[in-house]
Design a protein. Sequence first.
Length: 184
Amino acid sequence: MTRLIFLGPPGAGKGTQAQVLAKHLRISHISTGEILRQAMKEQTPLGIKAQSYVDSGELVPDQLVQDLVEERLSQPDSVSGWILDGFPRKVTQAAFLEELLAKTDQGGERVVNLDAPDEVVIARLLARGRKDDTEEVIRRRLEVYRNETAPLIDYYGKRERLLTINGNQSQEEVTAELKHILAS
Ligand code: ADP
């Protein structure tokens, strides 16, 4: 049973690696960013509420992402394992998740911290060119990452569940390292 949380700055490669690994392990890949973008595209109530936050690089309110994660983790395809990509992004969300996993008997999760330097992630994001990948919004997302998300490295580090991987390598090298670490 594999349950993984992917941490790391925007552009570190979380989404790409989570997708490859989830397919390899036949577990579900839950990307809160992807779910929000899909909801915005379809203009669902969630999408409409999230739009202004995502567009400006701010975190959407906890309740919105927490509800969607709770819903997603209760689906049958999550029973055999999952990778959470983009959640939790702050300490309050991590505390929520901890409680949810305890309540639903889904323990044993490991946390992968995929790290890469600012100049590398900025260059990658600018090259990707998503709607929220403009220079101004990227700068804000990195700031939010440093202030809100980076403290989770300590949070999970203290719980001895944290693995750190250098995201500043080729996609194949990162995948190989992840598979190696997870097999041990
Ligand atoms: P990236 O990792 O490149 O920043 P994501 O797809 O993970 O991209 O997230 C895109 C945006 O979606 C974030 O900037 C934020 O507005 C919103 N978002 C995603 N996950 C969360 C979360 N757990 N809490 C709050 N907002 C979130």
